[in-house]
Ligand binder design. Sequence first.
Ligand code: C5P
Length: 222
Amino acid sequence: MATLWVALDVSEREAAEARMACLAPHRTFKVGLELYHRIGPEGVLHWTQQGYEIFLDMKLHDIPRTVAGAVANLARLGVSLITLHVSGGRQMLEAAREAAPSTSLIGVTVLTSLGSEDLAGLGYTSSLPELVALYAQTARVAGLAGVVVSAPELPAIQREWPRARLVVPGIRWPGEAADDQKRVGQPEAIVAQGGTDLVLGRGLWQTADPVGRLEALKRLAT
Ligand code: C5P
């Protein structure tokens, strides 16, 4: 059964709570950088104390000691998942895991908004699938709970690391715009291929009936 994380990609607490109310009794939400930098840790704590499960998509990337300290403080908010960039290196990932042993830490491999040409422009010589596989292996060795991957790389990572939490953003329905995402996938295929956690962002709100779309997805994911 996959968990459906609804991304609260808005700038104001009121707008986030309006979306939460619209989808009630849904309880699993993702808070990213945009909203976190508005509501802060107190805002997140307020929701976890109300029984919401929060995926804190902080995409941390710094020296090991700094990331470990940040993860320890974030874990105290009672959040379920925290993301950090695998490109920060194995030592950083291990320091984070030691700092928050009971929180699921998820490694960001390659952002779904990046394509092969972007990686080449940044000086990477590995192909995109090779890089994602290498990052997933690094996350696994460092003891993380799983990785963020996009739909095209999901089957390969699932084969290599079947017990991982495989968090998949960039979900779109047939005929819908990819927006700034370059690697997108459709929900049926992602669930069938072993995605354990689906991130629902613009795809959920692009329809006139987000509640109906979420209900249909819940049936698919169970
Ligand atoms: O709106 P859309 O469906 O593109 O939303 C994608 C969500 O997933 C955003 O909140 C974005 O920050 C997040 N995400 C992503 N790529 C990653 C990790 C998280 O798009 N690698």
